[in-house]
Design a protein around this ligand. Structure first.
Ligand SMILES: *Cc1c(COP(=O)(O)O)cnc(C)c1O
Length: 356
């Protein structure tokens, strides 16, 4: 069986050594030493210079970002993302206003953003899809011109560099996910990145119920903390992050070499800085995709329609028009198996089936 993904697991002894420490201290959560260590080590690894807050998942990271920026009214966003991008906007009491995507990159199309801005618009929330950076310069220009905040859902972007800087440097806030299915994980987990001191200060309270000491409260908060067990997995995995990224690149390039003459593959915005997180292929029609998916599954190979469906079709969003590029892309895209233990032989088999 070849699954679409498989979490990386560090050698047991490396994880267990950290868990022994947790047992000895009997300090399981609430800003423990391993959480602090991860918060010191991760930004260093990512070459990220701003404020970094480790939280319990990537969805809470988005929700805290929206709260911290005090967004209201409408938030311009992409219909081509994981559901959490849209659901977080709705959950925080704002209205998502979709803008279609650019066909080649699958990221929000900045040329269409201005037409969607109204007097109620407070922000742009865009996803760097598959780890490929959005047109951050264009988005920044539009945001400045209209006095809008920018959040990037950078859940796919562990290790992505754009024009020599960590992709997490961009936007008022960037968020990421360290879920088990992501390139780098802490089982469950996520992070909030901001260069703004005031926002970082606010986020530090918001993440911990608003506590200001044991008996005083700074303001409203939520439980966004993560535990020593999750941090232990992160610290253990971080030692292998270089190897994971190198292997992923080699596998990604093998797919591209094998498939790009016959199938549409992702166009890279900044190849030297790309993290090679996902390998999507785009078929000509949905029927062709379903047929290939069937054949792959008959061979015990499981791909994922990621992202499908286009988020403007969710039953809790209100725009009635269609978003042609996003809807079409979501119907014809299949992301191929990509994980550390995926063998060259299995990849060559997948390529052979896809070319047949
Ligand atoms: C995984 C993912 C999320 C959610 O992260 P969790 O840690 O699972 O809550 C949000 N947005 C995108 C684009 C994702 O891929």
């Amino acid at each position: 069986m070849i699954p679409v993904t498989q979490p990386f697991l560090p050698p047991k002894n490396e994880l267990y050594a950290l868990l022994d420490e947790v047992y000895d201290r009997n300090w399981l959560t609430n800003n423990g030493p391993l959480v602090n260590l991860l918060e010191a080590e991760l930004p260093k690894y990512l070459n990220y210079k701003g404020h970094f807050s480790y939280v319990n998942n990537g969805t809470i990271a988005l929700q805290i970002a929206i709260k911290a920026l005090e967004l209201t009214g409408e938030v311009i966003t992409t219909p081509f993302s994981y559901v959490a991008t849209t659901s977080s906007i709705v959950w925080e009491g704002c209205t998502p206003v979709f803008v279609d995507i650019d066909k080649a990159s699958c990221n929000i199309d900045p040329k269409l953003i201005e037409a969607a801005i109204s007097s109620k618009t407070s922000a742009i929330l865009a996803t760097h899809v598959y780890g490929n950076p959005c047109d951050v310069e264009a988005i920044d220009r539009i945001a400045k011109k209209h006095d809008l905040k920018v959040i990037y859902d950078a859940a796919h972007c562990f290790g992505t560099i754009y024009k020599g800087r960590s992709i997490f440097e961009y936007g008022d806030i960037s968020t990421t996910s360290f879920h088990a299915t992501k390139l780098f994980h802490t089982v469950e987990g996520g992070a909030i990145f901001t260069n703004n001191n005031e926002l970082a200060h606010k986020i530090s309270y918001m993440r911990n119920f608003g506590h200001n000491g044991q008996e005083a409260f700074w303001g409203v908060g939520i439980n966004g903390k993560n535990s020593e067990f999750h941090a232990a997995m992160g610290i253990a995995n971080l030692k292998h992050a270089n190897k994971i990224l190198e292997k992923r690149k080699e596998q990604w390039l093998r797919y591209r070499d094998g498939l790009s003459s016959r199938l549409t593959v992702l166009e890279l915005i900044d190849e030297p800085g790309f993290n090679f997180a996902y390998f999507p292929v785009f078929f000509k029609t949905e029927a062709e995709l379903l047929e290939k998916k069937r054949v792959l599954e008959a061979n015990q190979i499981y791909c994922r329609r990621y992202f499908y469906p286009s988020l403007n079709t969710l039953n809790y969003t209100s725009q009635k028009e269609s978003f042609e590029v996003s809807e079409t892309s979501s119907k014809v895209v299949l992301t191929l198996p990509l994980y550390d233990k995926l063998s060259k032989e299995d990849q060559l088999l997948i390529i052979k089936i896809l070319l047949k």
